[in-house]
Design a protein around this ligand. Structure first.
Ligand code: HEM
Length: 529
């Protein structure tokens, strides 16, 4: 079909690596960490790289101007999401705002989430974010070697507090544990092509008897729990008039009771997966600081000079700390944690830069290539964001690392504030350095949200005074975890029935297709090597 349209339109498809054999070149893309190979292809083929195979069409866009032109100016064509057969259709995640197709339901859900996440509304969470940053510092003081775990808890705590008003004492908190499990699954399966059923949706109807179906069932169960339980908890305490401030409380206060609203509100508030991005960015920051002591010292000197040593930074101090803010921007540029964003899908055929882009093409903005499009890209250099004349320089990551156009990240203000609270708080209190006998080799996970692989470094309070300060500040935080018994699945599940429309009855039949395609994939590799 592509060929026919292409001939009819008289325009060429964008360039790309040649399709090979039956399965085409999509299967040549590593199933994860694809941004590296995409960026190599960018160097060979240019801003637009086209891949196709098995009836799938993928356009990788490697240039920020081109991404803006498509997603902002041509939003009506470029605001759909791909159909993720496995994680979306089969597990049910296509009911969430992030994967929903563009349209009325998406608009209504986005309006709801905007109530709590717009630039004005997020101000009411400054205190919560600063308190969580203070608790993080206390955890880093008590067990610095577990810093990755502490960053995870910090990120989960912020999203849980903002969306549901629930404080989590530790990672064993039921909601955090469910969300972690859920995010692990999403991360593994959300890369297009991670499951071959995503490439060949029709195969989900083939008969099957193998483990893939179990993964789908399991994923769906975990997703249901993660979405339902905290929402239902807030509903319960809201009816008792004891719900603390939160996005869910704001929505329940609208007084709508119809099942459609309930369903929409529950899915709109289920943004726990967003905690992963905050965790990934702060972990990247720790890594960058351990590798760039001079940058760290300069930011600490700025914080000391502007704020003195007995006043921990607040989010409102950000404008007074330009170098520290440049460190945050450079962290987001040096390693963009969502290197391929969340892809889009074309609603209709289009012509762009003299090339034909067919309807239903998956469009992937390659943030990784964009982040490398600057002088000496591997060097961690915050100064690149301080130059007076920024023309010709890489744009500020807040203009691209959260996406662009109508589906740009609605959590960006909240996310940026979390980064400010946490990063300035750590720089204020701690020195970070590598172990003397164990140099750090930076490695990142090849997952959809990519973060540093575990590494070792020393995180120490900068002085006895700072140590005392960390303890006093953390002791001042007044938060308690709600009764865990109320979080238990048995209290809530089943009260409102299935979370969404009934899913395909053929779920049980996907496995065989998956296995068959895996075998084809393996065979393909054998043929090529
Ligand atoms: C450092 C933190 C974060 C980064 C780097 C980030 C990045 C992104 C990116 C790249 C997208 C895709 C946008 C596009 O298609 O153009 C996105 C979407 C989204 N983000 Fe974030 N995000 C962050 C934090 C958050 C937070 C804290 C929340 C909510 C509490 C959130 C909620 C969402 C939602 C709901 C979407 C889907 C929007 C839609 O499809 O309409 N994000 N984010």
């Amino acid at each position: 079909t592509v060929q026919r349209y292409y001939q009819k339109s008289g325009f060429k498809l964008p360039p790309g690596p040649p399709a090979k054999l039956m399965v085409g070149n999509i299967l040549h893309v590593p199933r994860s960490g694809a941004w590296h190979i995409f960026t190599e292809w960018y160097r060979s083929y240019g801003d637009l790289v086209y891949l196709h195979g098995l009836g799938n069409k993928v356009l990788v866009v490697n240039d920020i101007q081109a991404v803006n032109e498509l997603f902002e100016k041509r939003w009506s064509l470029y605001s759909h999401r791909p159909i993720f057969t496995v994680v979306g259709e089969l597990m049910g995640l296509d009911q969430s705002l992030a994967l929903m197709p563009y349209g009325e339901e998406w608009r209504e859900s986005r309006k709801l989430i905007h109530i709590a996440l717009n630039p004005g509304a997020v101000k009411k969470y400054y205190g919560v974010q600063e308190d969580i940053a203070a608790l993080l510092n206390k955890d880093l003081l008590d067990s610095p070697n577990d810093f990755m775990q502490h960053l995870r808890l910090m990120a989960g705590r912020i999203v849980l507090l903002v969306t549901y008003g629930i404080f989590a004492k530790n990672m064993q908190n039921q909601y955090i544990a469910d969300a972690e499990e859920c995010m692990g699954i999403i991360d593994r399966v959300m890369i297009p092509g991670a499951f071959l059923a995503d490439l060949i949706p029709a195969l989900k109807y083939l008969p099957s008897w193998v483990p893939f179906q179990k993964e789908v069932e399991y994923g769906k169960r975990v997703l249901d729990k993660t979405v339902q339980l905290p929402y239902l908890y807030v509903k319960e305490v809201f009816s008792e008039k004891i719900a603390p401030p939160s996005l869910t409380k704001d929505l329940l206060s609208l007084g709508k009771t119809d099942p459609q609203f309930n369903h929409r509100a529950m899915w709109a508030t289920s943004t726990m997966y967003a905690a992963y991005q905050t965790f990934a960015t702060t972990a990247t920051f720790i890594l960058a600081m351990a590798l760039n002591i001079d940058v760290q010292k300069r930011a600490q000197a700025e914080i000391d000079e502007v704020l003195g040593s007995d006043h921990s930074p607040t989010i409102l101090d950000a404008p007074k700390l330009p170098y520290t803010m440049a460190v945050i921007k450079e962290t987001m540029r040096w390693y963009p944690v969502v290197p391929l964003s969340i892809p889009r899908r074309t609603a209709e055929d289009d012509i762009f830069k003299g090339c034909f882009i067919p309807k239903n093409t998956i469009v992937i903005p390659n943030f990784w290539a964009i982040s490398r499009n600057t002088n000496d890209p591997e060097r961690f250099n915050p100064d690149r964001f301080l130059k007076q004349d920024r023309s010709g320089l890489i744009p500020d990551p807040s203009e691209w690392a959260f996406g662009t156009g109508r589906r740009k990240c609605p959590g960006r203000y909240l996310g940026e504030n979390s980064l400010i609270a946490v990063i300035t708080g750590i720089l204020f209190a701690f020195d970070i350095r590598p172990l003397e006998d164990e140099p750090i080799e930076p490695k990142f996970t090849p997952t959809n949200v990519s973060h540093p692989e575990p590494f070792k470094c020393i995180i120490q309070p900068r002085s006895q005074e700072k140590r005392d300060f960390i303890n006093t500040r953390a002791a001042a935080v007044q938060m308690t975890e709600p009764d865990v018994e109320q979080c238990k699945e048995r209290d809530h599940l089943g009260k409102i029935g299935p979370v969404g429309p009934m899913r395909s009855k053929k779920i049980a039949e996907v496995g065989f297709a998956q296995m068959e395609m895996e075998r084809m994939h393996d065979r393909q590799e054998v043929i090529e090597t």
